[in-house]
Design a protein around this ligand. Structure first.
Ligand SMILES: Nc1ncnc2c1ncn2[C@@H]1O[C@H](COP(=O)(O)OP(=O)(O)OP(=O)(O)O)[C@@H](O)[C@H]1O
Length: 555
């Protein structure tokens, strides 16, 4: 049932104290119920047989009816209080595990090195953080239910043992046999759970891609196909869920039939073979009637756990993989660029045998604006990622002011680098919110200076200026305006290196000119590495380096 590895790892996230609380409260509830059932024997004996019970294997304390009833009430109160406290403790444990798992997964993803992160599909990560973690929470609920039901059944079994060992053992053996018959169903639930996990991954990745491609999808008139593809994925998912529900329902029905046969057999055994007294038979019958639905719930919980626990395994293995790919924490102050960045015989391959860069030797002088050109796939972004400290060369080295940029310094170097990509990423909120995201303690003057330097002083003309709400993703602005705010945000950190990844390729010519003029005005003060196929940036750059198939062809 894969409790082996998954459960201990989960409980470590949920904290030991919360787990122990759930266990103890489940035990307390079960024990008070079990004792109540044992007390049924003297109670029924008092009512039906004048208090005499001869066939019991233990001496009954001779209690009056009043005392017996009072003890019953106390036991019920104890159990009810334990149940309330347990429900709260279970919720606490579940919340700790779900939140802990989600935060660990996000931390692991964000802290993994870029090379590993590039290989992951976004939809896969989304499905993991959203659906799988919720399913993990459901699995925890099922595990807690299994524990509670297990304790309750154990307490009932002990109560039955006290009342009549022979009848209890026979009943126990019969119940174990019935549960054994469920093993194939449990295994099937697990397989269905794994299929469902994969199905959700695919669904989320398709949904993400569809939303991202909304514009192109409309222009190709593929709305109907997109919705058909989604329907097909959903149908597949529902088929799996349906199979799971069907198996559960069949399991429950089989349990009821098996239970009725067992009850008839046990009644015959108790009355005909063991010739038990009425008080004992009635108490056993009460225990049996109580235990049967519990066995049913146990079976559902087992199937639920089997169905949901693959989601936990997925989350844990992703966390493990991301943690193995974790970037080391910075081992000192961020390197400062005052002289030059030097790439020495740098090679890099995203995939074995297909080098993206080969033997690149390049100097970028501080204060220089260098434009990187070349055909698509020639290695420009890979080179920029190496210069920005996102990835490390497979061979060769990169140094800042003569100091090699090693494993421990790369993260720190990135705090000195500003990156502006082709499609500017702005967050929902005001212009001010978007700028402060890069430098939360920036003063009003610094915000205005950055906007001015990035040729984004159009902000003054917006209603409410800096406090103008830009809407989701900065929708309220044109592409060129968004890009200038993105540049202002990059400048606000006073970076040593600005990397522009085709930052002007999709902006209007007026914005391109404004950005070009802004960059030109930075000449000598800021180091800029601009990826540009052609156009204004290559004209204003101090130097143009052209890449061809991962090698420097000119410049
Ligand atoms: N994540 C990745 N996984 C596998 N291969 C990759 C990955 N990223 C880039 N590559 C490959 O590495 C080579 C260089 O890619 P890179 O993106 O650096 O080129 P580019 O010049 O920036 O291209 P473009 O102008 O299209 O962005 C290409 O062959 C590309 O297919």
């Amino acid at each position: 049932m894969a409790f082996d590895r998954t459960l201990p790892a989960l409980l470590a996230i949920g904290t030991r104290a919360a787990t122990v609380r759930v266990l103890l409260l489940s035990l307390l509830g079960a024990a008070s119920e079990g004792i109540g059932f044992v007390l049924l024997v003297p109670l029924i004996a008092l009512a039906a047989q004048g208090g005499e019970v001869a066939a019991l294997p233990f001496a009954l304390p001779s209690l009056s009816l009043g005392v017996l009833l009072a003890v019953f009430v106390v036991l019920v109160i104890l159990r009810s209080v334990a149940d309330v406290a347990r429900a709260l403790a279970e919720q606490d444990l579940r919340a700790r595990i779900v939140d802990g798992l989600r935060i660990r997964a996000l931390d692991a993803l964000l802290n993994a090195n870029w090379r590993w992160a590039m290989t992951r599909r976004r939809g896969e990560s989304e499905a993991l953080l959203v659906t799988n973690v919720d399913r993990a929470g459901y699995a925890v609920e099922m595990a807690a239910q299994l524990v509670r039901l297990g304790f309750a059944l154990l307490a009932l079994a002990l109560a039955a043992m006290v009342v009549s060992p022979a009848a209890a053992l026979t009943g126990g053996a019969a119940a174990a046999f019935v549960l054994l018959l469920y093993r194939p169903l449990i295994r099937r639930a697990r397989a269905l759970g794994e299929t469902l996990s994969r199905g959700y991954d695919l669904l989320y990745s398709r949904l993400g891609e569809t939303l991202a491609a909304q514009r192109i999808l409309k222009s190709f008139g593929r709305e109907v196909q997109a919705s058909q593809e989604l329907s097909e994925s959903l149908r597949e998912l529902r088929r799996t869920e349906f199979a799971f529900v069907r198996d559960s329902a069949i399991g429950q029905a089989a349990l009821h039939i098996g239970g009725a046969i067992m009850a008839a057999g046990l009644a015959w055994l108790a009355l005909e073979l063991l010739e038990l007294e009425l008080a004992v038979v009635l108490a056993l019958a009460a225990i049996f009637v109580r235990a049967l639905p519990l066995v049913g719930s146990l079976q559902s919980a087992m199937q639920g756990w089997s169905h949901a626990s693959p989601a936990i395994a997925d989350a844990l293995s992703m966390i493990e993989a991301a943690s193995e790919a974790a970037e080391p924490v910075s081992d000192g102050d961020a390197p400062r660029l005052t002289q030059r960045i030097e790439l020495e015989d740098v090679s890099f391959s995203h995939q074995p045998g297909r080098p993206a860069l080969s033997g690149i030797t390049l100097r970028i002088e501080a204060g220089e604006m260098l434009a990187l050109t070349g055909r698509s796939g020639s290695g420009k972004s890979t080179l920029a990622d190496i210069a920005a400290g996102l990835i490390a060369p497979d061979e060769g080295s990169i140094s800042i002011d003569g100091a090699k940029l090693g494993e421990g310094a790369r993260r720190a170097w990135r705090t000195r680098v500003a990156y502006v990509q082709q499609e500017p990423v702005l967050f929902s909120g005001t212009v001010r919110d978007n700028l402060l995201w890069a430098k939360p303690d920036a003063s009003e003057d610094q915000l205005r200076a950055a906007l001015k330097e990035a040729a984004a002083d159009f902000v003054d003309r917006l209603p409410e200026g800096l406090d103008c709400d830009l809407g989701e993703g900065g929708k309220a602005l044109s592409g060129g305006e968004r890009q200038r705010i993105a540049l202002a945000r990059a400048l606000l950190r006073d970076p040593d290196l600005i990397v522009l990844d085709e930052a002007t390729s999709s902006v209007d010519s007026q914005s391109e000119e404004a950005i070009g003029a802004a960059l030109h005005a930075m000449a000598g003060r800021r180091t800029v590495l601009a990826i540009a196929h052609r156009g204004l940036l290559t004209e204003i750059a101090d130097r143009v380096v052209r890449l061809e198939q991962g090698r420097i062809a000119s410049g």
